[in-house]
Design a protein around this ligand. Sequence first.
Ligand code: UDP
Length: 450
Amino acid sequence: MEKQLKSGHLVFVLYPFQGHITPMLQLATILHSKGFSATIVHPELNSPDPSNHPEFSFISIPDKLTESEVSDGDIASLVLSLNKNCAAPFQQCMKKILHQKCSHDHTAGILYDTLMYCAQTVADDLKLPGISVRTSAAATLLLYPVFPHLDGKDSISENEMPELRSLQLQHMRALLLQNPTDAMTEVRAAMTNGTKSSSAIIVNTIHFLEQAALSKVKEYFPAPIFTIGPFHKLAPTICSSILMEDANCISWLNKQAPKSVIYVSFGSLASIDEQELIEMAWGLANSKQPFLCVIRPGFVRGSEWIESLPNGFQESLGERGCIVKWAPQKEVLAHCAVGGFWSHCGWNSTIESICEGVPMLCKPFFGDQVLNSNYICHVWRVGLELQNKLERGNIERAIKKLMVDMEGEQIRKKAMYLKEKADLCLREGGSSCCSLNELTKQISSFDYKT
Ligand code: UDP
């Protein structure tokens, strides 16, 4: 991307988890290439490494999170605490930034992860434009406005938008209802209100993937929406992994036949128990497909790593299986040996796979992963659901269907077709490219009122 004249200074506010840090730093990189300077403000938890991004300034703010808040898996309470604890330090930090910046590099806006909605309040207070950045599917923005109360009726009628019906938003509501908490209701309301007050909304999606959801989102949110995804294709070189990537798996992939390997990864947060690991391992082994499997330390509850696998399991596979703690995922998905991706359907993994034309086997664990899996299997039809619990026979059959059986042929073809469509969106004149140009203009045109 060509560098243009300086257009102002932008402040980015991170939500401190891998699936959010990466796209936000990618977005900062993209807008930097359009001439904006950038300051990255982040809570102390999972701080990014500034040495990977010498072009940005980094400011850490105290998050006062306790160890149990971080580890006990109650995401709604964690989001609430983060916003409560970070609001005042962020306000002070912004005042300092505004004081230091001289007029030729004015602060043109605060871009915050939608989950860090306290930044919108600060932006309003300082009369700065606040821009909400959704690092998940645009459809997730509908979950609160469509179901403001957990027991409410949805406002998508039966015959309206079949695509939204296929997403089974009502099914997601049922999942939320299984375990409703006050914290969850408060977070959903606060996120939605923040985004409703924002001056613009940026979504890491491609317009054609979510056309129906996007037109519905426009009914609820007044700000202009910019779909400039996938960010990773516009900012391909940035390194933001919290864990060390094991590059040896690329040498292993180099030795495999084209499209023969099933890549397995469940992202940075999901976890399984020891019995499920054993079922996974046998399912993969019995499928007879070569596999590259990421087992993050902490992924198997109660284990350090893979010590619960039967003795001799790895040796019995020989060269057919490769297990690593963390992989360079984008490079893996782009490798010609990879023919399928067994995924937890995190949004980043989903769009990374789509951009490389890799069909998916879906095993969503929680939250928006269920919605993404519905997109993959029922709307875009580039994947299969792994139904029921993790059991070796199910896994073996599903892998064969996705990778080699005639039954999976349509899915594999459709995945290649979506990749080609995604490529076009990134070219000049394509939807993401045009939306990025519009966004740049929009940010440059915001009035600076302080
Ligand atoms: N990732 C990676 N190496 C791995 C596993 C995952 O680099 O071994 C990256 C992946 O490319 C994606 C991110 O981690 O960008 C995971 O984000 P996602 O939204 O898919 O899932 P989450 O971790 O938020 O559940």
